[in-house]
Structure formats: C-alpha cells, structure tokens
Design a protein. Structure first.
Length: 143
C-alpha cells in the first residue's frame, strides 16, 4: 500500500470510528499498525456491548479478540483518540505483544498497552493511574 493510500485508509478509519463512538456515546482510543488494531472502549455497558456486537458482525473483524472487560469508576478518556504507528515501532511491538499474549491467556503487556493508549489520548496522570488500577483489579491472579 502506498503512503498516500495508507494515509487515506487511516483517515477513513479515524472518521468512521469517531462517528461510531459518537453514535454509541463512547470514549476511548484506537491504535493501529498496518497489521494490528487495538481498541479501548468506555461508556455505558449496553452501549459498549451494542458497539461490540456490530463489530463482531462485520467480516473485517472476524479475528477480533476481546482482551479485557470490566467496570471502571470514571471515564479515562475525554473523547475519541486514533493513533497510527508503523509496525516496527515501539507502539507496534507493544500492541503485538499484548494481543498475542492475551490470545495465549497471558496479560503481561496489557497494562503497557493501556498506558500507551492513555498517553496517546493525552490523558492526565489521575486518569492513567485509575485506568491501570482498574485493569489490574480485573485479573489479580493472572501473570
């Protein structure tokens, strides 16, 4: 894919995900490389579940893996954030490790991925600490 085509593809994804986030009253983040997508959704449970159901029915999301779910006390994102990183970048490697590890039942890099998503979304430290604690509370017995 040419750089121009990739830029157009990313712009299209950003517009569509921002529209979907508004439709479902969601906040969160989407990070993507040419090969991997990671998405964090937050909002009312029924809205998140309805959005996920729509994603699951889309054949482009046939290999989607739900890595983590649970309640948090407050939203960590003030809006919707989309970040692109080359697959060879630190972000691309972190995304791959977290998703691959989760597919195998581990969670070693999930906190790092959540931290990157929050930092890319320009979240404040209070929100970052709360999000990391919420993730840690969801699976206290996992490595």
């Amino acid at each position: 894919m040419s750089d121009a085509a990739l830029d157009g593809f990313i712009d299209d994804i950003e517009a569509k995900t921002a529209e979907r986030a508004r439709t479902f009253r969601l906040t969160g983040a989407l990070m993507l490389t040419k090969n991997v997508f990671a998405q964090l959704l937050e909002g009312p449970r029924d809205e998140v579940e309805e959005c996920l159901a729509g994603l699951k029915s889309d054949p482009r999301h046939a290999n989607a893996l739900l890595v983590e779910e649970g309640a948090v006390g407050a939203r960590q994102f003030s809006g919707w954030s989309v970040s692109y990183a080359d697959a060879a970048s630190f972000i691309g490697r972190t995304m791959f490790r977290a998703i691959a590890g989760a597919a195998l039942g581990g969670r070693g890099d999930i906190n790092r991925l959540v931290r990157l998503m929050l930092e890319a979304g320009d979240c404040n430290d209070v929100g970052l600490d709360a999000a990391l604690q919420a993730v840690a509370d969801q699976a206290p017995n996992m490595a």
